[in-house]
Design a protein around this ligand. Sequence first.
Ligand SMILES: CCCCC/C=C\C/C=C\C/C=C\C/C=C\CCCC(=O)SCCNC(=O)CCNC(=O)[C@H](O)C(C)(C)COP(=O)(O)OP(=O)(O)OC[C@H]1O[C@@H](n2cnc3c(N)ncnc32)[C@H](O)[C@@H]1OP(=O)(O)O
Length: 155
Amino acid sequence: MHHKRKAIQDLYPDELAHCYGCGKNNPDGHQLKTYLMGDETIAHFTPDEKFTAIPGSVYGGLVASLLDCHGTGSAAAFACLAENIDLENVAIIPIRCVTASLKVDFKVPTPMGKKLELKGKLRSIEGRKILVDMTLSAEGIVCATGEILAIKLKD
Ligand SMILES: CCCCC/C=C\C/C=C\C/C=C\C/C=C\CCCC(=O)SCCNC(=O)CCNC(=O)[C@H](O)C(C)(C)COP(=O)(O)OP(=O)(O)OC[C@H]1O[C@@H](n2cnc3c(N)ncnc32)[C@H](O)[C@@H]1OP(=O)(O)O
């Protein structure tokens, strides 16, 4: 349903679309795609076995990587919402965010091979600081939570 919309990462300009986690121009990367749905963000990723930690569970670094890119994408989207920028009508997203801080809590092992769902909610925007709370779930069970501080770059 949300696939009619463009992903936030697909609105990054080509020269900034090489991120290993979410750049559409990185064929070796994860190409994570974050969608704004109402006041929440959502993304999906299905890891394969090369991302194993112990057999049957996903490497925590991948979980952190997905939360990192979902977090910066979400922060940019929420900053646009707050500034009344309609993402349906832009070709390039005008706000750039980078990760200053990322906290991950691993609640239960993330099962291998299942479709993972990431969700993001805005906690606060204070000047250039955007805080986003996230969850990463498999089959409805929260496996990890994340908290990101993204900083809006000055041009
Ligand atoms: C490596 C990328 C850097 C350059 C990228 C350039 C462009 C990117 C453009 C668009 C993005 C497009 C695609 C995104 C692709 C991938 C995203 C994936 C996410 C990542 O993988 S991205 C890599 C990891 N990321 C870094 O490699 C960042 C290294 N870092 C810095 O580049 C600076 O550090 C920066 C810019 C973060 C801040 O620098 P700054 O000079 O602009 O601002 P400043 O230091 O004044 O901080 C402002 C306020 O944030 C508070 N603050 C800062 N850091 C804090 C912390 N850790 N904890 C608590 N509070 C903190 C201060 O206390 C102050 O707060 P207050 O205003 O209240 O005093």
